[in-house]
Design a protein around this ligand. Structure first.
Ligand code: BJW
Length: 226
């Protein structure tokens, strides 16, 4: 029985209409992701950072899972072995497609985090810097529940265990520019797993993959799974 770990990035949601981070359209109002997605940027200009996430949260309501998300959800339902889908994406398109064995290593747009009481809570509407925490009611201390540069990604223990136990590692729609996710392929190779990259173009780590398929995820992922 084969154990599979699948890593997804922004490219899998591109055909649903969500912008990637580093492509030609990968800038948000002229800001580089590295300038908005840091705790320092948030301390310096919380309004700007909240605007960035409010805009992306609003966009979520306009988009739907695409053929790649749906194919991975079917694989999750039908695969009899261990399977873990690790997404770097903060959108909810994998769960809306039906994936269940899923971890969001960089957090979720629909989650808020209160720095006063340390509770996480579901957040659907705009999250202005002065909003109150629905748990402790303290105002002005809620932030997006997102992993920024310099912060520890979520569920790393579980992810590392799954990487060490997997037979097949598949990376889909990620540029391989951001660690630790960019290093997963080298971890699994060291442990003897087979590796497959599906992306629009070779990623920064493409040489580490045994097999590479280049094209839109909406076509290449269903083709791989069939
Ligand atoms: C398609 C397609 C279609 C398009 N079909 N494909 C120096 C060296 C090494 C590391 C570091 C370093 N300096 C600092 C670091 C660490 C840092 C890092 O990696 N920095 C790099 C810039 C070098 N990492 C961190 O700080 C992380 N934390 C950390 O390391 O903690 C310490 C630690 C130690 C030990 C173990 C574990 C941890 C935290 C990283 C947080 C990243 N956060 C962001 C933003 C927040 C989320 C959000 O707002 O959405 O996460 S940054 C941004 O990049 C976002 C993404 O999840 C992430 C990855 O981007 P992704 O998904 O790859 O998107 P793109 O746009 O880059 O690529 C899309 C790809 O799709 C492209 O290749 C297209 O071709 C393709 N594509 N259309 C198929 N239709």
């Amino acid at each position: 029985m084969k154990n599979i770990v699948i890593l997804t990035g922004a490219g899998i949601s591109a055909e649903s209409g969500l912008a990637t981070f580093r492509g030609p359209d990968g800038l948000w109002e002229g800001h580089r992701v590295e300038d908005v997605c840091t705790p320092e940027a948030y301390s310096r200009d919380p309004t700007l950072v909240h605007q960035f996430y409010d805009a992306r949260r609003a966009k979520l309501g306009e988009v739907e899972p695409n053929a790649a998300h749906l194919a991975l959800a079917r694989l999750d339902r039908e695969w009899p072995g261990e399977l873990l889908l690790v997404t770097q994406n903060v959108d909810d398109l994998h769960e809306r497609a039906g994936s269940k064995r899923l971890l969001h290593m960089h957090g979720e747009l629909t989650s808020g985090w209160c720095l006063a009481c340390d509770e996480r809570f579901a957040w659907a509407g705009p999250m202005g810097e002065l909003a109150s925490c629905p748990v402790c009611q303290v105002a002005g201390r809620v932030r997006p529940d997102i992993v920024w540069f310099g912060e520890m990604p979520y569920d790393m223990d579980r992810i590392e265990r799954a990487l060490m136990d997997c037979d097949l590692f598949v990376s889909i729609g990620t540029s391989g520019a951001v660690y630790p996710a960019a290093g997963f392929v080298q971890t699994v190779r060291y442990c003897g797993a087979r590796t497959l990259e599906i992306n629009l173009e070779p990623s920064q780590g493409s040489i580490f993959f045994d097999e590479r398929r280049y094209g839109p995820a909406g076509i290449e992922v269903p083709k791989w799974i069939e």
